[in-house]
Design a protein around this ligand. Sequence first.
Ligand SMILES: *Cc1c(COP(=O)(O)O)cnc(C)c1O
Length: 367
Amino acid sequence: VRYATKAILASAQRQEPAETFSSGPQFASTYIVRGDPHSSKYAYGRDANPTWSTLEAAITTLEGAQTLVFASGMAATAAVLHAAIARGSRAIIPAEGYFNVRRIAEDFAVRGIDLVQLPSNRIEGCDFSGVSAVWIETPSNPFLEITDIARVAERVHASGAILVVDNTAATCVGQDAIGLGADVVIASDSKSLCGHSDLILGHAATNSEQIFGALLAHRTLYGAIPGPFEAWLAQRSLATVELRVAKQSANALAIASALAADPRARAVRYPGLHSHERHDVAARQMRYFGPMLTFDLETAAAADAFLNGCKLIKVATSFGGVHTTAERRARWGSDSVSEGLIRLSAGCEDEADILEDVMQALDSAIR
Ligand SMILES: *Cc1c(COP(=O)(O)O)cnc(C)c1O
């Protein structure tokens, strides 16, 4: 062959496979398939990718349910809402859940799907007749509401509906939502599951063949697929997920306890604190209480002074990373939180270093 062909053939040359610990990302927009394209799982890059498959097999093991990965937590959310809720039917979503899920509800209303917002603490005892799906988020972001998954699951199933749990805050490591009765779990893996603040990804998991098929069809048609590189980074992150979640949870409890003992911080909220009104439920259903806690410094000025005073703790939104982060939540204008509320996500640093930073920042903000 001539030079241009030689270059193309050379660049596709493979070495014999070695037994590496990591399979690495596999990039493909298309695959070599002769004849009937349906004879192979891998024919076109939007339909399937071996790096997603590897990650999906891993998350399936951790979730205890068949998993599909999506481009983001919102992509997984949208897919579940589309796949699980029929036109003309009604579903319940939490009024203090993740704000973008509430925003999506407005969009669904336009198309004749009624997503009714109810406060988390009313969902458990609610009458589910005429409802096709119930969506809960526990712990909720950023209000840290706890919903009793097993109790809701029992009541939802008795009325013939399905239960969807947004398990982002706890992750499957911290809370076995499927085991507690969820029909579908969704999660933003941009948070604790991947945990390095370097990628956006989501997944949905279910043991219903019918819902799984609908989710797969939705992903293939609408194309909210992750890149193989993100999928591989996620795969790599999974090995340490329990180490990270355990350390974050221990650090979060230490910070929450220190703040609860300090009169300058008000309304300290963490599911692991006995003062949380649903600590008993959280303790029953969670293996780890997670990285997220909130406290109130009463004014925007005091909260901003605290954040400006932080040296180790970074001011950033989101949660679940290895670095401790914090922000004044009201700066987004999206949640009805007090102006001085700080949402903090505990990272994996040494506990004493973070506690020192929290206390010196408090000293610098409030004398
Ligand atoms: C972040 C988040 C989402 C959305 O996930 P993305 O990966 O940002 O699209 C959904 N639910 C909860 C509870 C979240 O915190």
